[in-house]
Design a protein around this ligand. Structure first.
Ligand code: PBG
Length: 309
């Protein structure tokens, strides 16, 4: 039994993800009743502005979290990568389902790969992490900002505004657009965003009934991996839009291997480190400290200063 009110953003991707989660949860609680509550977030309303200049990640989750506090909703489905490194007191991630493909992908005219793009090609992305890594690999490329949901971005490619655009494989897969992918970028070229490809189901920390439901849908290796990635992000205090990437995998005996990167937006400076360990929180901090020792702190400080201007 039980009735759950589920918070979701209104974009096609968000609705698809939320409906997928609800469907799976029905498998664990066949008699339960789920009611979707669509919430328009600040991030959705100001997509035409450069998000990094108005406050970053929190914009997509704040109003949804408020509805959890107000008990208008009982849990909410987010893309994990849209969530700040630190949750507000009183909320927790009740489940992290198994991660899908974490990679970035290139969508181009005529299916060209990154290496096949013409000299000086125009590539659309608003992510500093993506621009940094693309430019490190192909310094001749021109990067231009590209905002909006998946449909909007793909339309701008079709209209001929860009030679190529970069998106997350996971988002395209979830809305069945993966047929448009020209190349899966290897993580050695484009290290994904923290949590990319994973979902987070957020609920109140004291809501035992919801926690018990969500727990059944939690994937332990994914949680270990993204906990390491988020610890790395937290240590670098990468709350807002910053050129930070991280990807962790979990092998035998729950051994976690984490790679983290910080790059300058022009790709001229690139710091990377890989380490292995058992404890995700310690490992994240260790990789972050290795990058700070290489000088990544100066790059991050510079980006923050530019965002403030
Ligand atoms: N930045 C927005 C965003 N947040 C989550 C996804 C989908 C991929 C995911 O769940 O990791 C996307 C689109 C994209 O980056 O292409």
């Amino acid at each position: 039994m039980g009735k759950w009110k589920v918070g979701t953003r209104r974009s096609k991707l968000a609705l698809t993800q939320t409906k997928w989660v609800v469907d799976k949860l029905k498998g664990f609680a066949p008699e339960a009743d789920f009611e979707l509550h669509e919430i328009v977030t600040k991030g959705d309303r100001i997509l035409d502005v450069t998000l990094s200049k108005v406050g970053g990640k929190g914009l997509f989750v704040k109003e949804i979290e408020q509805s959890l506090f107000d008990k208008e909703t009982d849990f909410a489905v987010h893309s994990l990568k849209d969530m700040p490194a630190e949750l507000p007191e009183g909320l927790v991630i009740g489940a992290i389902p198994k991660r899908v493909d974490p990679r970035d992908v290139l969508l181009s005219k005529d299916g060209k790969t990154l290496d096949e793009l013409p000299q000086g090609a125009l590539v659309g992305t608003s992510s500093l992490r993506r621009s940094s890594q693309i430019l490190a690999h192909r310094p001749d490329i021109q990067i231009e900002s590209l905002r909006g949901n998946i449909d909007t971005r793909m339309r701008k490619l079709e209209e001929g505004n860009f030679d190529a655009i970069i998106l997350a494989a996971a988002g395209l897969e979830r809305v069945n657009f993966e047929g448009n992918i020209s190349q899966f970028l290897p993580v050695e070229i484009s290290l994904p965003a923290v949590g990319q490809g994973a979902l987070a189901i957020e609920c109140r920390a004291d809501d035992e009934e919801t926690l018990a439901l969500l727990k059944q849908f939690d994937d332990a290796p994914t949680r270990l991996a993204v906990t390491a990635e988020r610890s790395f992000l937290h240590k670098l205090q990468g709350g807002c839009q910053v050129p930070i990437g991280a990807y962790a995998t979990v092998g035998e005996n729950n051994e976690i291997t984490l790679t983290g990167m910080v790059g300058s937006p022009d790709g001229k400076q690139m710091f990377k480190n890989t380490a292995t360990g058992q404890d995700p929180l310690t490992l994240g901090i260790q990789v972050a400290e290795a990058l700070l020792a290489q000088g990544a702190g100066d790059v991050l400080a510079q980006v923050l200063r530019e965002n403030e201007q």
